[in-house]
Design a protein around this ligand. Sequence first.
Ligand SMILES: Cc1ncc(COP(=O)(O)O)c(C=O)c1O
Length: 388
Amino acid sequence: MNKNWKTKLIHTDAKIPDGYRSLATPTYRGSTTLFRSASAVHDTWDQWRVGYTYGLYGTPTVLELAARVCELESGTRTILTPGGQAAISLINFALLQSGDHILVPASVYYPNRKFATRLLSRFGVATDFYDPFIGAGISSLIRENTRLIWCESPGSITMEIQDLPAIVAAGHARNVHVVLDNTWSAGVLLDAFAHGVDVTMQAITKYIGGHSDLLLGSVTVRDDALYQRLGAAQQVIGCAVSPDDCSLALRGMKTLGVRLSAIETSALAIAKWLSARPEIERVLHPALPACPGHEFWKRDFLGSSGVFSIVFKPGPTQDQVHAFVDALKLFQVGYSWGGVASLAVAYNFGRIPGRPPYDHRIVRLNIGLEATDDLIHDLEQALGKLSA
Ligand SMILES: Cc1ncc(COP(=O)(O)O)c(C=O)c1O
C-alpha cells in the first residue's frame, strides 16, 4: 500500500535491528492495549489470567514491579497504586461496606486515621482506635460486624512496635482480616505473611523508590480471594500508576539491599549517640530497649531501617524545639522519608487521642546516606541551640 507521509507518521514500515538485550526493564507506556482480533476484545482487569487488556491494569513495566514486590514480601499477588495513601484507601474501599466496623491503632499514619474518621464514616463504616500495645486484648474490641484490623508497626512517629502474632490470632479466631502498613520495614525487614497477616501495604515512595523522586504504593495479599476483591475495586476506582515511576522504582529496588544496610548501621550509631545526650528523655528507635515494644521488634523483625524519633526532656518550648530543627545544616525539613537525604520534622501530638504525652517535645529523624560522623556533628551543634 502506498502511504501518504501523514499515514506513515502513525503506521511506519521503518525497521530496526532485532535482538537487543539489556539489564534494564523497558519502560512500556500505554493506555490502549491492542487485541489480536475483534473476538479477542474483553475488558477484564486480571491480566495475569487473561493477558493484557488495558493500560489502567498495568503495562509489563508495572506488572514487573508488582511481581517483584510480591516476591520480596512472599505474597500471592501485588497491586500497585499511585501512592501509599492510595494503597490504604484501595484496601478500605475493596474490603468494606456500609454497616462494617474496623479497628485502627492510635499510632497509625495520620492520613489513615483521617480516611476513617472523615470518609469511611460518611459511608457508614465505624472505626474504633485501639492502643497499639493491646495485643491479644484486641479480642474484646472485635464486634460481630468487625471486618478489618489495621496494624502499623512501628507506629508513625511514636514508633510503637505491635505484638502482631497476638493480634492476628485474635482476629482470625473471629474471621477478621488483619492488614499491615509495612512501609518502615520496606517489606523486607518483617515477613508479614509468615506472621499471619492477610494484606500488607507499603509506600513504595519510601525505601524501594529510595530517591525521593516518585510516589507509588503497593497492596500485597495472602490469597487469590482477596486479590479478586482488590483487583475488582481497583478497576472501578481507576487508580492507575505511571510506568515511568515504576521504572524508577525498579531501578531503586536494585540498590535497596546496600542502601538499607548502610542506613541501618548509620541510624543505629546516631540513635545510640543521641541516647547518651543529657537533653534527651528517650530515643524511640525499635532496635533500642527504650523503644516501646522493642521486645516484639527483637522477636519478629530481621533488622531496622532509618526512621526513628527523639523525645526531649521537659523544658524546651515548642519554639526552642523548632530552633533545634532549624539549626540543623545537613538534616532538611520534609515529610517523605526513605530517600538518601537526612530529614528532621518536629511534631506536636497535643490533640491526637491515644498518642503518648510527648506534646511538642518529639522530633522524627530520617537518616540518609551522608557520613555518620557528619550527621552526629550536625546534631551536636544544633542541640546547642535548644536552650538558646
Ligand atoms: C507509614 C506510612 N504509610 C503510608 C504513607 C503514605 O505514602 P505516600 O506518601 O506514598 O502516599 C506514608 C507516607 O509518609 C507513611 O509514612
